[in-house]
Write a protein that binds this ligand. Structure first.
Ligand SMILES: [Mg+2]
Length: 392
């Protein structure tokens, strides 16, 4: 059964759609539309767009407070752009991560990196001051190996194009690692390693062309390096795809498998996916049916969020991890006017008019609510014109 996770919908009036009800579930409400007018003076929080309620959680369990964190029992956090930027820890991130344990919330780190082991990632995080054990780190190597194990029989032969850690992960699934395509592997798994060369890609291409199942740990096109962006695993996968005319199954973000693996292993029922990228973290969390929050300390911005295609839209926007512990403001709709705090946004054609200040995040929350409600099914990014007018 799919995991459907309730969001912070304290202020919304759920509409029960009979065809959404699954037998045996405690309560299965689909909330639509996402923006019902609030009672005057209400300060209850709402999500930015329609989300899927948790089939396991009754309305009576909804938290009585309005802090964002209170609606969840754990966090699945991205690393770069959320915890650190390059060698620098992001201001306030460590305190916010430490606070999770004090509040009884679980924490897992979800990364597309398949070249470093969870031990190495956890060690790095601890060196930065962040709380981290090996068991809290979920990379795409593990998710890829798990995905692969579901595709082939135990004892199947696998050509590993990637790191030693990826090979170890494959063996741990009861599969047999073989060195070349001459061994007629049943499958190929491809993950990034700086040691990869043309011969490795060639072996992969031979095996895949001969019919081997193909799994990629992730398809990140670029790998941020000190001197710029280098080809990532996705670029190397693309080379093999070009040679074979085939495409792999993908385990890492933005596919759901990595998030599902992390949630299952950390025993969390209501995870909040925290990320800085719409096209990996937010898309992946949405695909996994989890609630998502875009934190504005990394790649994406309020502007890119506003213009995001539908499946890359987060449920929440926060400036930094510390805002997990702050009240999340209500977003209300009244005759096309979407209000958040003192800000009000309206859509007129391809323009969003915002009565509010550009540096007030509530202006952008209101703008997203208005624009997304007007364009619920965008398959391409499409940023509106934005016009700020003086509040009041
Ligand atoms: Mg990131």
């Amino acid at each position: 059964m799919s995991r459907q996770l309730r969001n912070n919908l304290l202020n919304l009036k759920p509409t029960l759609l009979p065809d959404e009800v699954e037998p045996g579930t405690l309560k299965h409400q689909k909330v639509t539309p996402a923006f019902e007018p609030s009672p005057a003076g209400s300060d209850e929080g709402t999500a930015l767009h329609e989300s899927k309620p948790d089939s396991k959680t009754s309305e009576s369990e909804v938290s009585k407070t309005n802090r964002l964190i209170d609606c969840f029992d754990g966090v699945l956090a991205d690393l770069d752009g959320v915890v650190y930027t390059g060698p620098q820890v992001i201001d306030g991130a460590i305190d916010a991560l430490d606070q999770l344990a004090r509040e009884g919330k679980s924490l897992a780190y979800v990364t597309n990196n398949a070249s470093r082991s969870p031990e190495d990632v956890a060690t790095h995080l601890r060196e930065l001051g962040a709380p981290a054990t090996t068991e809290q780190v979920f990379g795409s190597a593990l998710a890829g190996a798990v995905l692969l194990a579901g595709e082939v029989a135990t004892g199947a032969k696998v050509l590993v194009v990637g790191s030693q850690f990826l090979a170890d992960s494959v063996r741990a699934q009861g599969l047999v690692v073989v060195p070349t395509s001459d061994d007629r592997p049943d499958a190929v798994i491809q993950g990034f390693s700086p040691a990869l060369c043309w011969k490795d890609l060639a072996e992969a291409a031979y095996a895949i062309a001969a019919g081997a199942t193909w799994v990629a740990t992730n398809v990140d096109m670029t790998l941020p390096q000190e001197r710029g962006f280098a080809p990532g695993n996705g670029a190397l996968v693309a080379a093999v795809a070009a040679a074979t005319g085939k495409s792999p199954l993908v385990a890492g973000k933005p596919e759901a498998a990595l998030f599902e693996t992390a949630a299952r292993h950390s025993g969390v029922d209501r995870p909040l996916v925290v990320g800085d990228r719409l096209d990996t973290d937010i898309l992946g969390g949405n695909r996994a049916g989890m609630s998502t929050v875009l934190v504005l300390t990394g790649v994406d911005s309020v502007q890119t969020a506003l213009g995001a295609r539908s499946d890359e839209r987060p449920n929440y926007l926060i400036r930094s991890l510390g805002e997990l512990y702050e009240e999340y403001p209500a977003i209300t709709a009244d005759d096309g006017a979407y209000s958040c705090g003192a800000a009000v946004a309206r859509v007129s054609g391809s323009t969003v008019r915002i009565s509010g200040h550009e540096d007030d995040l509530n202006s952008w929350r209101a703008a997203c609510a208005a624009w997304w409600a007007a364009h619920p099914d965008k398959t391409q990014d499409a940023a509106p014109e934005i016009v700020f007018t003086t509040a009041g």
